[in-house]
Design a protein around this ligand. Structure first.
Ligand code: SAH
Length: 242
């Protein structure tokens, strides 16, 4: 596929989801990223989504659903970024943000680091490690926004993510369907960890050829400090979720 064909698909996919078109430079970055992703994915398993139309809709456009929920100049942590979602699309479209992409799988972070260098993304740093690890927490410090897509159920994600937030910051959990169920299950965790459910943004993700899918972005505001005993070790977090 050449850049003209790619640009048209990207433009159509964004328009179908009522998102602003990307600039020429941003589209070129997405094109370059797609080439790297598809090439590396032939030998390293990064994503099960393999055709360009679906990569655009289910990775790029889906990641960009969070774009308007993040305030100007925020420091953002993407917990469990995998091959770079939502961190890479956010870094390309929001040069004002300072994004930290974190994943516990070294080969995925190595891919995000290489891609970020190739695209010369100045607003993205990569860290390999676990969110609940105290050394990693020291290294990252506090952030304004935590984003996370397809990593853990909300009660678990809150224990991983809320401790990183400054009071006044927010966690954005990017979910498919059944968000209400997860939210109900996470109410205790949210309260114990110093959070408050602010809003759930529900929308439909339209792809260019497949069926529409529902998406829910759950916003949890950080309203007070998290007690210092959290996060616990991962085994405790998952065995006895809050
Ligand atoms: N956010 C990406 C990847 C989702 S797969 C996307 O939407 O495409 C979940 C990822 O979370 C995996 O890459 C896994 O390595 C990472 N992960 C799971 N638990 C983690 C933890 N405690 N700390 C950091 N990364 C974690």
């Amino acid at each position: 596929m050449n850049i003209e064909e790619f640009s048209k698909l990207m433009c159509d996919s964004l328009a179908k989801n009522r998102l602003n078109a990307t600039s020429k430079e941003q589209t070129e970055s997405f094109f370059a990223f797609t080439e790297i992703l598809m090439r590396v994915n032939q030998t390293t398993n990064l994503t099960a989504i393999r055709n360009v139309e679906d990569i655009i809709a289910k990775h790029y456009v889906d990641s960009m659903l969070a774009v308007d929920l993040i305030s100007e100049g925020a420091r953002v942590l993407d917990i469990g970024c995998g091959p770079g979602f939502p961190s890479i699309p956010l870094a390309i479209t929001r040069p004002d943000l300072q994004i930290v992409a974190l994943d516990s799988t070294e080969k995925k972070i190595a891919f995000v680091r290489d891609a970020s260098n190739l695209l010369s993304l100045k607003n993205l740093t990569t860290i390999s490690g676990r969110a609940e690890d105290s050394m990693i927490r020291k290294q990252i410090g506090s952030v304004d926004v935590v984003v996370s897509r397809a990593v853990a159920r909300l009660n678990i994600l809150c224990e991983l993510g809320l401790p990183y937030l400054k009071v006044g910051g927010k966690l954005i959990a990017m979910k498919a369907s059944k968000a209400d169920e997860e939210l109900a299950e996470a109410m205790n965790a949210i309260e114990v960890l110093g959070g408050k459910h602010k809003q759930t943004h529900s929308c439909i993700l339209h792809s260019l050829n497949g069926a529409p899918e529902s998406r829910n972005l759950i916003e949890i505001a950080k309203i007070k400090k998290t007690p210092p005993i959290y996060p616990r070790a991962y085994a405790a977090i998952t065995k006895k979720p809050l």
